[in-house]
Design a binder for this molecule. Structure first.
Ligand SMILES: Nc1ncnc2c1ncn2[C@@H]1O[C@H](COP(=O)(O)OP(=O)(O)OP(=O)(O)O)[C@@H](O)[C@H]1O
Ligand SMILES: [Mg+2]
Length: 275
């Protein structure tokens, strides 16, 4: 057979080969950790803020990047009402609150303005937040991800070096389906999963009776099935919700609260696996 018609041409091979991406680390931090869940409203942002503050309490330098462009929670949960400064018109200085360096799209737009943006604009905002923010001398940046497996997740996975992901879920079956999708996404994108967290795990009455409102041990079982670490259970707790709504996360407001202690235990586990 004619040699020309046998093998695939170099151009064809080049065009069809799997794309390889250069992942840039976020400057100014040792490690970047994404807080993720495929499902919305399971407590990612609440976890991210309290976890960041718990890492601070155990002696680390921490930043929080709110990557939820359509629904930023950081300004409200951390009581930040100012705009970040820029010395040179190109880069931005994060706003420090409770000893944590913070950045959110919510600092730049009015809180009631909806972000009606197409995917490429979201990607460009994420790139700005990861490349043009002057994070300074951090051990960890905690990234509060939006729900789902969309543009933001893809941008992080392909273009930004993420050292690990924590998947937060509530334990009911319908949420667990999304956890499995989330695990598969990170495995596919080769982002190491640090572990799974069971949020709103159960409710404990004043008499100490436990109610497994969303089912029992669901997240832990998924972790076992997928051979991932299980980091802990956070119960449904009114103080946690009140603190989040008041703009001072519970771990900052009351570091000795039994829920704050759970966050500190999880923070210690994560610290030990990196430092
Ligand atoms: N363990 C908990 N106990 C009580 N309330 C909780 C708990 N976890 C989260 N909440 C409350 O549930 C609501 C949703 O939490 P949060 O905004 O953190 O979820 P999310 O996963 O970030 O949502 P989204 O997908 O929209 O980003 C908030 O009002 C928060 O205070
Ligand atoms: Mg959120």
């Amino acid at each position: 057979m004619d040699k020309k018609t046998t093998g695939l041409s170099d151009t064809f091979k080049r065009n069809t080969a799997p794309k390889s991406f250069t992942k840039n680390p976020i400057k100014g931090t040792k490690f970047t950790i994404a807080i993720s869940s495929a499902k919305g409203g399971v407590g990612k942002s609440t976890f991210a803020m309290n976890f960041a503050l718990a890492l601070k309490i155990i002696g680390l330098k921490v930043g929080i990047l709110d990557a939820d462009i359509y629904g930023p929670s950081l300004p409200k949960m951390m009581s930040i009402n100012e705009k970040p400064k820029s010395e040179d018109g190109k880069s931005m200085t994060p706003i420090t609150q409770y000893g944590i360096q913070c950045m959110s799209i919510g600092f730049l737009v009015d809180k009631d303005t909806p972000m009606i943006w197409r995917g490429p604009m979201v990607t460009s905002a994420i790139k700005t937040f990861t490349q043009k923010v002057l994070w300074s001398d951090l051990d960890f940046i905690i990234v509060d991800m939006p729900p789902g497996t969309g543009d933001t997740q893809l941008t992080f996975a392909q273009e930004i070096k993420v050292d690990g992901a924590i998947i937060v879920s509530t334990p009911q079956e319908i949420a667990l389906l999304d956890v499995k999708r989330g695990i598969n996404m990170f495995d596919k994108l080769k982002v190491p999963i640090i572990g799974l967290v069971d949020n709103m795990s159960f409710f404990e009455s004043d008499e100490g009776k436990k109610y497994n409102i969303f089912g029992e041990d669901g997240v832990e079982k998924v972790a076992k099935d997928y051979k991932k670490d299980f980091l802990g259970k956070i119960p449904i707790n009114i103080d946690l919700r009140i603190a989040a709504d008041s703009g001072k996360p519970l771990v900052e407001m009351n570091p000795d609260h039994k829920i704050s202690r759970i966050f500190k235990e999880i923070a210690t586990k994560v610290k030990e696996s990196f430092l």
